[in-house]
Design a protein around this ligand. Structure first.
Ligand code: NAD
Length: 354
């Protein structure tokens, strides 16, 4: 059996491919454009493993996707491929529309044609799983209930608007054409192989280089954090047993203010790799101008996934963040390689990390 994963050289897709192949004999065809965010270094451990077939290409290339589907006959397609960074979407929304909206549309069309021609049994068993974000729901006040699957979509950034559009396309392809789809909307992920343009890896990188740890605004923006391997297990569970056409929120019940997250990382670094001068890494915290339209709070109500499919995260925030800090300290070569990539200049210009 085979599954087709898109965006499998990115942060979550890469973790998913590694996780999947650690517990399944199925082949994974991994279609990834290798944008600045795609990094085959994260999949180095799979070199020589015939179960991993990497193809560099665009989800918007319908002919390529059709060819891959015909050749490999996957039983499922999991769509992780996206432009994913909110700040980049503010500076240049075009790529987000291209990949997240048009790319998903073209992918859906190629998959629909493949699925429609499958023999009845394979057709019934086929799944298209779309990986999305909680940011499509907009922002919450401090007293609002966490987002449930019935919340209205109210995206506020070009990124979340483009993801919302893709979610709607996926939903429509189910209702209109009967395509057997599943959608997951997950909170902020953290863990191994995360590019240092996002808060947690950026703080880990800057801290060790003695650079400022930039905090937007007052640092009281609240996010719900999930260890990436728990996101992977949720996706596996939804793929296995999710009800067709349904969306499932994925979250860890771990609401934390950004400043608290950064202070936690500093405390762990103080313990695991103390600064030579004996000072805390927290002295490097620097407040910078807030992001325009910055959502104040995201929180996920994951009870549907927990009650219906029996999923539970394995990590608390405390255990997951400790693992993450330890992983970055033990994998400095990965960090060095990724920071010499093409995306580096942009990150450094934006965050003064140089
Ligand atoms: P990422 O930016 O780390 O990786 C995206 C991957 O997609 C990269 O490998 C990139 O090369 C590839 N890609 C981009 N455009 C492509 C295209 N047109 N064709 C083929 N490949 C392309 O992103 P991530 O953090 O791993 O996120 C993966 C998915 O999960 C995204 O859909 C994102 O919206 C969603 N998500 C992310 C988070 C999070 O906290 N990171 C949370 C919830 C949901």
């Amino acid at each position: 059996m085979t599954i087709l994963v898109t965006g499998g050289a990115g942060f979550i897709g890469g973790n998913f491919v590694l996780d999947w192949l650690a517990q399944s004999d199925e082949t994974v065809v991994n279609l990834d454009k290798l944008t600045y965010a795609g990094n085959l270094d994260s999949l180095k451990s799979l070199q020589g493993d015939a179960r991993h077939v990497f193809v560099q290409g665009d989800i918007g290339d319908r002919e390529l996707v059709a060819r891959l589907l015909a050749e490999h006959q996957p039983r499922a397609v999991l769509n992780f491929a996206a432009e994913s960074h909110v700040d980049r979407s503010i500076h240049g929304p075009g790529d987000f529309i291209q990949t997240n909206v048009l790319g998903t549309f073209n992918l859906l069309e190629a998959v629909r044609a493949y699925w429609a021609a499958l023999p009845e049994q394979a057709k019934a068993a086929f799944r298209f799983l779309h990986v999305s974000t909680d940011e499509v729901y907009g922002t919450l006040s401090e007293t609002d209930a966490p987002f449930s699957e019935s919340n209205r979509y109210e995206p506020n950034s070009p990124y979340s608007a483009s993801k919302a559009a893709s979610d709607h396309l996926v939903r429509a392809w189910h209702h209109t054409y009967g395509l057997p789809v599943l959608t997951t909307n997950c909170s902020n992920n953290y863990g191994p192989y995360h590019f240092p343009e996002k808060l947690i890896p950026l703080v880990l990188l800057n801290a060790q280089k003695g650079k400022p740890l930039p905090i937007y605004g007052d640092g009281q923006q609240i996010r719900d954090w999930l260890y990436v391997k728990d996101h992977c297990s949720a996706i596996r569970r939804v793929l296995e047993a999710g009800r067709l056409g349904e969306t499932y929120n994925v979250g860890g019940w771990n609401e934390k203010a950004n400043l608290e997250v950064v202070k936690t990382i500093c405390a762990l670094l103080d313990e695991l790799k103390p600064r030579a001068d004996g000072q805390s890494y927290a002295t490097q915290i620097t407040f910078v101008q807030d992001r325009p339209g910055h959502d104040r709070r995201y929180a996920i109500d994951a009870r549907k996934l927990e009650a219906e499919l029996g999923w539970k995260p394995a990590e608390t925030f405390e255990s997951g963040i400790r693992k993450t800090v330890a992983w970055y300290l033990a994998n400095q070569d990965w960090v060095e390689n990724v920071t010499s990539g093409a995306y580096r200049d942009w990150v450094f210009t934006q965050y003064g990390a140089k």
